[in-house]
Design a protein around this ligand. Structure first.
Ligand code: GLV
Ligand code: MG
Length: 329
């Protein structure tokens, strides 16, 4: 292990599903608060029409104070730093949004200095109004600039909690040819060599592998959560499932739901599989036993387990504890 230890900076919280609700659609607020998503994100950015921005901001400030959000993590996506709305959104949330707000999500981040600027604004405004709870920051990586500077961004503030991948804006920024947000493209393929009958098979490739892998790597290096973004075709649960499975395997802790039907899928897929939980619990029990007898390593079903296995097992067991607690609350 390096002398540089990676501490988890992100709070330990469930983040399997993040439901987006436009700030202009107040009729969905109570439903979102009572629903099964781990996280609710009230949106001031792209899901809100330009003429509705002011009213959406007022709606959100009111809802943060008045709606019972129960045990949900509540976040708000503000407008980007390239707009005159960004500072107004941030100030309204910090000054008038009450203590229920957990984090502010910043879209289209391009450099660490973007986060530095927002952190400064939040810090000053929080001190001015005597805020008690620390407001976290969430970053959407959704531009070529953001992906290029991702390490600088991931290390830019102690408020940072998570990096999210926004496939729609990312595709636009890079000039990619995509058809469905976060989905595949039938022309992004490899051809196998000819077989004995002279036939070749088309293999689809994953357009999103590189940016997602890079994002998870940067997030973990800085102790942050990595969250997969939107899957646009909410009439395609199989497509959602396959995409979510891949990113769960890569190390993402959750995925956005841009439609309520995607919440249950995300909750299921980002819950550790029963077999992994069983094994993690067995590892912790075996290590406990080994420590009692003064040994640093143990064997489980003929496989060596050591300190690294314990850390992984502890993560899984802790996450499962939170899921069970939520299910009974
Ligand atoms: C999300 O904001 C995206 O652009 O995909
Ligand atoms: Mg976007």
């Amino acid at each position: 292990m390096s002398f540089t230890a990676i501490e988890r900076q992100a709070p330990v919280r469930l983040y399997r599903s993040k439901l987006f609700v436009p700030g202009s659609q107040t009729k969905f607020f109570e439903k979102a608060a009572a629903g099964p998503a781990d996280v609710v994100c009230l949106d001031l950015e792209d899901a809100v029409a330009p003429n509705d921005k002011e009213v959406a901001r007022k709606n959100i400030v009111a809802a943060l104070n008045d709606v019972n959000w129960g045990n949900k993590t509540v976040t708000v996506r503000v407008n980007g730093l390239d707009t005159p709305l960004c500072y107004q959104d941030v100030l309204a949330l910090v000054e008038k949004g009450g203590e229920r707000l957990d984090a502010i999500m910043i879209p289209k981040v391009g450099r660490g200095a973007d986060i530095y600027a927002i952190d400064m604004l939040i810090t000053q405004a929080s001190a001015a109004v005597g805020r008690k709870k620390k407001i976290g920051l969430e970053v959407i990586i959704e531009s070529v600039l953001g992906l290029t500077n991702i390490d600088e961004i991931a290390g830019s503030s102690k408020r940072l909690e998570s990096l999210h991948f926004g496939a729609a804006d990312y595709a636009a920024s890079q000039g990619m040819r995509t058809t469905n947000i976060g989905g595949g493209n039938a022309d992004y393929v490899m051809l196998t060599d000819k077989d004995e009958k002279g036939e070749r098979v088309r293999h689809w490739n994953d357009l999103w592998h590189f940016p997602l892998f890079r994002m998870v790597q940067a997030a973990r290096t800085h102790g942050l959560m990595a969250i997969d973004g939107p899957f646009g075709d909410y009439g395609d649960p199989d497509g959602f499932r396959v995409q979510a499975n891949r990113t769960a395997i890569l190390g993402c802790e959750g995925k956005w739901a841009i439609h309520p039907s995607q919440i249950a899928l995300a909750n299921e897929i980002y819950t550790p599989p029963a077999k992994e939980v069983e094994r993690a619990e067995a590892i912790l029990a075996a290590m406990d036993e080994a420590h009692k007898t003064g040994s640093g390593a143990a064997a489980l079903k003929g496989v060596l387990i050591d300190a690294a296995s314990i850390r992984q097992a502890q993560n899984i067991v802790k996450q499962m504890q939170m899921i069970r607690e939520k299910a009974t609350s």
